[in-house]
Design a protein around this ligand. Structure first.
Ligand SMILES: [Zn+2]
Length: 149
């Protein structure tokens, strides 16, 4: 129908590992995370670093493709915070800050790495997802931004 498959997303300008700004459609966050994202960028800059990403928002079809290529590493789209516009993969070597400092600044804006300690570059914003929160599940958060499913 030519309608946008996505909603409730805000476009951001952020450096990427690809040698320029993160391209569309990756360069989007859930609209209710925009303020936190912008403050995070500003705080990292104030601390002498900069936010550089390889991934942010991932459309449903891209996550499906990733899941096909890396079935053991990638999550199904309805389980991925990336598909909800609530996760980012930080290019750690380009940030210019020690990891503990990065984590501290991230945490100040409610972006956290996985509890498992796997994928230390992956930060997600979980505070609105879970029992009694804004979204009861990741799937619900994904559906809020995506008309695909
Ligand atoms: Zn990730």
């Amino acid at each position: 129908m030519g309608s946008n498959p996505h909603k409730h997303l805000a476009r951001v300008e952020v450096d990427s590992i690809y040698g320029g700004p993160l391209p569309f459609p990756l360069c989007q966050v859930a609209e209710d995370c925009l303020e936190s994202f912008l403050q995070l960028q500003a705080d990292l800059a104030r601390a002498g670093g900069r936010l550089v990403l390889s991934d942010l928002f991932r459309p449903y079809y891209l996550q499906e493709e990733l899941k096909r290529r890396k079935p053991r590493l990638a999550l199904a789209p309805l389980r991925s915070f990336h598909c909800a516009g609530r996760a980012m993969d930080v290019t750690l070597g380009a940030v210019g800050l020690e990891y503990p400092r990065l984590r501290e600044i991230m945490a100040g804006h409610h972006w956290f790495p996985l509890l498992s300690g796997r994928e230390p570059w992956h930060f997600q914003r979980t505070r609105d997802v879970g029992p009694g929160r804004r979204f009861t599940s990741v799937a619900e958060a994904v559906r809020w931004v995506s008309n695909d499913r």
